[in-house]
Design a protein around this ligand. Structure first.
Ligand SMILES: CC(C)(COP(=O)(O)OP(=O)(O)OC[C@H]1O[C@@H](n2cnc3c(N)ncnc32)[C@H](O)[C@@H]1OP(=O)(O)O)[C@@H](O)C(=O)NCCC(=O)NCCS
Length: 446
């Protein structure tokens, strides 16, 4: 029974994210290493689930280790120049073969529909094609990189039309040129450029590690692009590091920053080794990897009827422990316009209300609360500022608040204690003597 409750709770808590992400376009980069990993079947199941939850998916798959294997089988030694592969005719042939095999593998795995598997009933459609136009990188320091290419353009219109048909788009790392040639492209570049060209909502970069860890070893769940850039400067020398993990993180970070800078709102670094990491990252508050965003993605805004569920979820525990006065759903519905909320990733994480007593030119600040997981980020102050702004707009000259447990916080925000008798008469009549709240007032500077 405990398990059922846990499951139901998890499902309910995920619903705001499910709603917020439906119809989002998400580009997922699957490196050759991710495809080789024993956890890849679980990644495929999660991709099927994302598709069923209404996400428009573009899968970009790489083939580096598979190309290496094919080269090794034929006794060909891979040649690199400034970390870029020199794609000779033989190497290109290996890349085409590896890429074709992986495409077929992904298509087969996503077509599975066996009973008793998470894929049962999925009925997934896939499409691939000549969506990526490439050109040769050319000659570097006198070395011709041959069929190593770079992206010239991505046919985002054709990809969007395919996504409109509820079909997952598969992009390989082989690009085509108007001269009819094929070029080998870095998977990170295809993923980032596809996300940029499509105006995708998210780019998911699957790597070996969970994301970026701080000095204490814990995963940083979010990084603003600027902070990520500073971190990258520290990691930069590791791009050439023989320790693959470090060099992979630096490359992924670099890709995420480039995508973010070019307008992709959110890039996620998620582990391909960890079962369910992608689902946890997208559908839980805590996430599992590191999200890199251009700007803070929180929004302080006026509340609407759609926020009632989120507000109830936020304030119920505080009502239960007596910090906030109980409000019925009906009362909330009637008063929703007095509320201001902070929304983050489709979830309401903080709220406050302003009730105006127009005759007395005074307002009541009420129901201010920040979700436990987000305390410590000055969101209370941000809400207070938004309430003060609204109060001034409503021609109010002061704010009062009744509190039982948060007196010091209000004192620190510029409120001072007053007597109940100084409250508007209307409010005095309904003052709950039993609660014995402290009353505080703040004059507003216009
Ligand atoms: C009040 C509240 C909205 C502030 O949220 P926030 O902006 O995330 O605030 P922070 O957690 O960053 O706290 C800011 C400072 O105020 C202090 N503080 C927070 N709550 C406090 C309280 N109840 N009493 C005294 N100080 C408090 C914190 O210790 C912190 O000080 P510090 O940085 O020196 O440690 C939040 O604590 C909350 O939701 N509390 C529960 C609901 C509540 O009490 N509402 C008021 C009902 S009238």
């Amino acid at each position: 029974m405990a398990d059922v409750n846990q499951y139901v709770n998890w499902f309910r808590q995920s619903s705001p994210y499910i709603n917020a992400m439906r119809n989002n376009t998400v580009v997922i980069m699957l490196s050759g290493e991710a495809i080789k990993d024993p956890n890849f079947d679980n990644v495929i199941h999660d991709i099927a689930l994302l598709n069923n939850l209404g996400i428009r998916l573009v899968l970009v798959f790489g083939a580096r280790p598979q190309i290496e294997e094919k080269l090794a089988e034929q006794g060909i030694i891979a040649q690199l120049h400034h970390r870029r592969r020199i794609t000779t005719t033989e190497t290109l042939r290996c890349a085409i073969e590896a890429s074709g095999t992986i495409r077929a593998l992904i298509e087969a795995k996503l077509s599975t529909g066996l009973i008793n598997t998470p894929m049962h009933g999925s009925k997934i459609r896939l499409a691939s094609g000549n969506f990526v136009t490439a050109r040769p990188v050319g000659v570097f320091d006198g070395v011709d990189l041959c069929y190593t290419g770079e992206i010239r353009r991505i046919d985002h219109r054709a990809i969007k039309q395919t996504l409109d048909l509820n079909t997952i788009v598969l992009l390989s790392t082989i690009g085509y040129s108007p001269t009819g040639e094929m070029f080998n492209l870095p998977v990170e570049q295809v993923a980032a450029k596809a996300a940029i060209a499509l105006g995708a909502d998210k780019l998911i970069l699957m790597g070996r590690d969970q994301g970026i860890t701080d000095s204490s070893g814990s995963t940083r769940s979010e990084l603003l692009c600027g902070t990520a850039q500073r971190l990258l400067n520290q990691y930069q020398h590791q791009i050439d590091d023989p320790d693959q993990a470090q060099s992979e993180i630096a490359t992924l970070l670099q890709t995420a920053i480039a995508a973010c800078d070019a307008g992709v709102p959110r890039c996620h670094l998620v582990s391909y080794k960890e079962d369910g990491a992608m689902l946890a990252e997208l559908y839980t508050r805590e996430g599992s990897g590191t999200m890199i965003t251009q700007e803070s993605y929180e929004q302080v805004r006026d509340a609407g009827v759609d926020d009632i569920g989120g507000i109830i979820e936020l304030i119920s525990p505080l009502e239960e422990n007596g910090t906030l006065v109980r409000r019925s759903r009906e009362r909330l519905e009637a008063e929703i316009e007095q509320f201001i909320v902070i929304e983050r990733d489709g979830a309401i994480i903080a709220c406050a209300a302003l009730y105006s007593f127009d005759e007395d030119k005074i307002g009541e600040l009420a129901c201010i609360a920040v979700n436990n997981d987000y305390l410590g980020g000055n969101r209370g102050e941000a809400l207070l500022k938004a309430v003060e702004k609204r109060a001034l707009k409503n021609n109010l000259s002061a704010l009062f608040v009744l509190t039982t447990r948060t007196a010091h916080w209000f004192l620190e925000q510029g409120f001072s204690a007053i007597d109940v008798k100084q409250l508007p008469r209307e409010k005095q009549l309904i003052y709950n003597l039993q609660r014995n709240s402290n009353v505080f007032l703040k004059q507003l500077a216009s």
